[in-house]
Design a binder for this molecule. Structure first.
Ligand code: BGC
Length: 410
């Protein structure tokens, strides 16, 4: 029998390892702003115009049953446990818990209690996201995050969930990627409610900031020891030669990477970093070499996480990687990508970054928003028809890394 090689890069003791999901993407049968939009006239017309319905069928773009994780979470978490995970990030579906304004569904609250309990019983640390982009329909009718009342509604929902789950949850993520949500929904108009108005965008960001701060205070009131943060999508902006590019980089960093974090500085116990993007600035953005790309055409650039981590040092907070991953149906690059990314995380830790955990996106294939079910982000492959789960080879490599709490670079 061959002796197992020892890792040469070891992570700090107690480092958390796992994966992330979000409610709308995995649960199935949600009824919210997205599920309505997926079947809306404008959306279906747009898919038709692009020939996507003919090519892939409308069902590819409708979340529907998704992974049926709502009914299968116990099995899924058992599988995560088998794969060695000791942490897991998931989100609460606000539209289930509060389907009508001010009316809370106790059965759904019980469901999420059970979700948390299942994780805890398995020795998996839950990271609970309170809002991952999907709004209840009653709130949409009131203007969603555009409404000045949205922070209040959000806090009321948060209070309800924290009072129910608080004692079992050590890590809360109030909001997932506020600026991605606000820009796709209110600047680019690609996601519901398909608006393209910079002023509305600003209003939404302002309300998200207020929502986070209020939620932070409520969570702390229930549980002083809880750690609260957001999941922030940061891009590594790399300026090529010349002062003009450097100035563009500084402005981009300030606006895209630090604006929200600066605004909530006094209301965060940790930073959740979602890292996917690198943008080379050379008289314009995204002048990347793109030596390797994912199935979505996104450049695979693990080194960028090192730079993002270094830049977050100034906040002097623990950092958890709350998302990092790639669409890779054939699992061609995922093992390499995970190892390389961990190499750069380790390098940042060596240089003083306080990184305490890595949550891969995603535990399993899921509904990738406007791209539907085509992109495959999972460590676990899903056969949607049979609802079968099969861990990909990269999930096994990740299991080995977790077991050893380190990576072998040679
Ligand atoms: C989001 C996830 C999404 C992933 C891959 C992140 O921006 O939080 O919901 O699936 O990226 O696109």
């Amino acid at each position: 029998m061959s002796r197992r090689k020892k890792p040469d890069l070891i992570f700090p003791k107690g480092f958390l390892w796992g994966a992330s999901t979000s409610s709308h993407q995995v649960e199935g049968n949600t009824r919210n702003e997205w599920s309505e939009w997926e079947l809306s006239e404008s959306r279906v017309r747009d898919l038709e115009r692009r020939g996507l319905i003919r090519q892939y069928g409308l069902e590819t773009y409708v979340s529907g049953k998704a992974c049926d994780h709502y009914n299968r979470f116990e099995k899924d978490f058992n599988l995560a446990k088998k794969l060695g995970h000791n942490a897991h990030r998931f989100s609460l579906e606000w539209s289930r818990v509060e389907p009508e304004k001010g009316v809370f569904d106790e059965r759904e609250i019980k469901h999420y209690k059970q979700v948390v309990k299942t994780l805890k019983d398995l020795g998996i640390e839950p990271f609970v996201t309170l809002w991952h982009w999907t709004l209840p329909l009653w709130l949409v009718r009131e203007g969603g995050w555009e409404s000045k009342h949205a922070p209040h509604y959000f806090t009321r929902f948060v209070e309800r969930m924290v009072s129910a789950l608080g004692k079992d949850v050590a890590f809360w993520i109030t909001i997932n990627e506020p600026e991605i949500y606000a820009s796709f929904s209110y600047l680019k108009g690609e996601w519901p409610p398909e608006k393209t108005n910079p002023l509305t965008f600003l209003k939404v960001i302002k309300n998200l900031i207020a929502g986070h701060k209020k939620a932070y205070e409520v969570i702390k009131r229930y549980s002083k020891e809880a750690s609260v943060g957001i999941a922030k999508n940061n891009t590594y902006f790399e300026a090529s030669h010349g002062w003009a590019n450097k100035i563009v980089k500084q402005i981009s960093d300030r606006f895209w990477n630090f604006w929200f974090l600066n605004a909530i500085q006094k209301h965060q116990d940790f930073i959740g970093l979602n890292y996917y993007f690198h943008s080379v600035i050379r008289n314009g953005f995204n002048k990347n070499k793109n030596k390797l790309v994912s199935d979505l055409g996104w450049e695979l650039y693990p080194e960028g996480i090192y730079h993002c981590l270094k830049d977050l040092g100034k906040y002097e907070r623990p950092i958890y990687i709350t998302e990092n991953g790639l669409a890779d149906a054939r699992d061609k690059h995922r093992s390499w990508f995970i190892k390389k990314t961990l190499f750069y995380i380790h390098k940042a830790i060596q240089e003083g970054s306080d990184v305490r955990g890595y949550l891969h996106w995603s535990l399993m294939d899921n509904f990738e928003w406007a791209h539907g079910f085509l992109p495959r982000f999972g460590l676990i492959e899903i056969d949607y028809k049979k609802q079968k789960r099969v861990p990909r080879p990269s999930a096994m490599l990740y299991q080995e890394i977790i077991k050893q709490n380190g990576i072998i670079t040679s």
